[in-house]
Design a protein. Structure first.
Length: 181
């Protein structure tokens, strides 16, 4: 089965004020995540944002918030897997998607454990590899290798967006094409 807008959702994980600044490739990950968010919204992909213990780690980075505020929910968690929180697990069950795109930080902790739990639920995680990071590059790489071996799809944002788009005749093609350049 291939990813389509109808069978795919997206979760942005912990792109927060006190986490992102200490990540490897933080500027690239931030810019790519904004592109992914904008593309997903243009295509109508159902999405949510997760925040790990916002009282201690701060809110979602403002430059990301201004791109989605009011367009999809922000759900708070204290568990490393997003699905360890009942509200988030209910969101996943409620949207009932075959694929969930994951982006955010840290790849080897919250992204990894959320992906494992998605796999356990029968959902295929799609890791936007240029939209995830850890403090140490080797931790992120190890997690991506592990996820690939467990059945997750690990793809760059461009592959994800054009895969969802399907055809250059799609009315969203000019927007997505310009967004990627």
């Amino acid at each position: 089965m291939e990813m389509t807008v109808k069978n795919t959702g997206m979760m942005m994980i912990d792109m927060q004020e006190k986490l992102l600044p200490v990540m490897d490739r933080k500027e690239e990950v931030l810019a790519n995540t904004i592109k992914l968010l904008r593309g997903a919204m243009e295509l109508g992909v159902v999405s949510c944002a997760l925040r790990q213990y916002p009282k201690g780690l701060g809110d979602t980075i403002f430059s990301i918030q201004e791109n989605y505020r009011g367009l999809f929910p922000t759900l708070d968690k204290t568990t490393f897997s997003g699905l360890g929180d009942q509200e988030i697990a209910d969101w996943v069950k409620g949207v009932d998607k075959k694929y969930i795109i994951l982006c955010g930080v840290e790849t080897h902790i919250c992204v990894l454990h959320t992906a494992f739990d998605l796999i356990s639920m029968g959902v295929t995680p799609v890791i936007a590899c240029d939209c995830v990071s850890s403090r140490r590059r080797e931790d992120s790489k190890a997690a991506l290798d592990c996820l690939r071996n467990q059945g997750a799809l690990v793809l760059p944002l461009e592959s994800i967006l054009f895969g969802l788009l399907k055809d250059s005749k799609d009315p969203s093609f000019p927007y997505i094409s310009k967004l990627i350049k």
